[in-house]
Design a protein around this ligand. Structure first.
Ligand SMILES: [Mn+2]
Length: 404
């Protein structure tokens, strides 16, 4: 029989995301929404198991009300069990919410940190081995492999119960769940549960659900699933935490049958995306034309939800003379939401060359370029860029309109 497993990791619920400044609250909410969405999608897709490979919570930053919110999502009615192996951002200890308030949630199991546990799911013909981090670092390898278990629990549809006498051998579909760093070859050096790929290759697992690396592993191309390339997978963070985690994110839906992976596919999961894009301007464009162009480009990327995302837009091409980038950003914020503009426009003239001139214009250009060099904040840089554009245009003899 075939079973479906949803695999996610690195949600970092409760992260303060300080680097996002005023956008932070929207993206903190997006973290929780992405988890909520994944639970709903697991229901729709009829997933049999929901696996979280660590860093579910940002334990040092999550507020009590957020923790309650996560609790409420976990106790909401769902048809699949949720298993969690804690990572370095949410280590398992006796003081952790995992061991206290979260320990009584039906259909939810957090692996302990001091031993490897095997969970049997007789109806799914599946066994899952897992173990949690106990602290920030985990210098020695812990691979939850077949035979490493110190105890066995059996899932009865609601709860995880002590193993009876009858089945002491694992079921057909063998899955490992752990947070850690996958390493090439056989060396085991690393501070976050170093996992040499050689060791994994030699394991008896059919699939190892990993977390820690926020970039998703490459997915199989086409229908053919090569066991070696999908044996250990990172789903990546389901909701980006910064522009380093741009674009759509996903969880993995893994289909097993009789010890074999049948398919592995991405399940889109980001509630809000970080999107970087370049827009090419011409010096003849009016402000309204520029605004229309950028809004059209953004809508093309996501016609329905384009106002939810955070954009870093690089202005390229030739600069319209009196363009006020800060004012442009304000207009765009009204229309598309979170926007940051990066001014990489060039002047019609070669400024470096102008700066060499022994003229008043040369002196002006040198002074501005010098100040741009020293500028360490965006607002100043923006003002200086505009001053350069306006100054050079004035030397050119252009009448400057729309300047204040
Ligand atoms: Mn981690």
């Amino acid at each position: 029989m075939s079973i479906k497993i949803l695999h996610t990791a690195d949600l970092h619920l409760g992260s303060r995301m300080r680097s996002l400044g005023q956008d932070a609250p929207d993206f903190r909410e997006a973290l929780i929404q992405s988890f909520d969405n994944l639970m709903l999608q697991a229901e729709i897709e009829a997933a049999d198991l929901f696996l979280i490979a660590g860093d579910f919570l940002e334990m040092a930053e999550i507020e009590d009300r957020e923790l309650n919110r996560v609790y409420d999502l976990l106790v909401r009615k769902h048809s699949f069990p949720i298993l969690l192996a804690a990572g370095n951002h949410d280590p398992y200890s006796s003081a952790s919410p995992y061991a206290t308030v979260f320990s009584q949630i039906p259909q939810f199991y957090v692996f302990p940190a001091d031993k490897i546990v095997r969970l049997d799911f007789p109806k799914l013909d599946a066994s899952v081995w897992g173990v949690s981090f106990s602290s920030l670092y985990q210098m020695t390898t812990m691979l939850p492999d077949v035979g490493t278990e110190a105890s066995i629990l059996v899932y009865d549809g609601q709860e995880f119960l002590e193993e009876g006498q009858e089945s002491d051998s694992p079921l057909k579909n063998k899955i490992g769940l752990v947070h850690g760093e996958l390493l090439a070859g056989s060396a085991a050096k690393g501070a976050y549960n170093p996992l040499p790929s050689q060791l994994i290759k030699n394991s008896s697992l059919n699939y190892l659900a990993l977390g820690h690396i926020h970039k998703a592993s490459d997915l199989p191309q086409g229908d053919y699933v090569d066991r070696r390339s999908v044996l250990a997978m990172y789903p990546g963070s389901p909701q980006g935490l910064s522009f380093n985690e741009a674009g759509q994110r996903h969880a993995l839906m893994v289909e097993f049958d009789n010890s074999e992976i049948k398919s592995i596919s991405p399940l889109a999961s980001a509630s809000r995306m970080f999107i970087e894009l370049n827009t090419e301007l011409k010096s003849s464009q009016s402000d309204q034309q520029i605004i229309d162009q950028i809004v059209a480009e953004v809508k093309e990327l996501d016609p329905d939800k384009y106002q939810r995302h955070s954009y870093k837009i690089y202005l390229k091409g030739e600069a319209p003379t009196a363009l006020n980038v800060q004012r442009l950003a304000a207009s765009l914020r009204d229309l598309i939401g979170h926007v940051k503009l990066i001014d990489e426009l060039r002047l019609a003239e070669n400024v470096e060359e102008l700066g060499e001139e022994q003229t008043l214009r040369g002196l002006f250009v040198r002074k501005i370029l010098d100040a741009l060099d020293k500028s360490d904040n965006e607002a100043d840089t923006d003002d200086l860029q505009q001053a350069l554009r306006l100054g050079v245009a004035a030397f050119r003899g252009e009448a400057l309109e729309d300047v204040y």
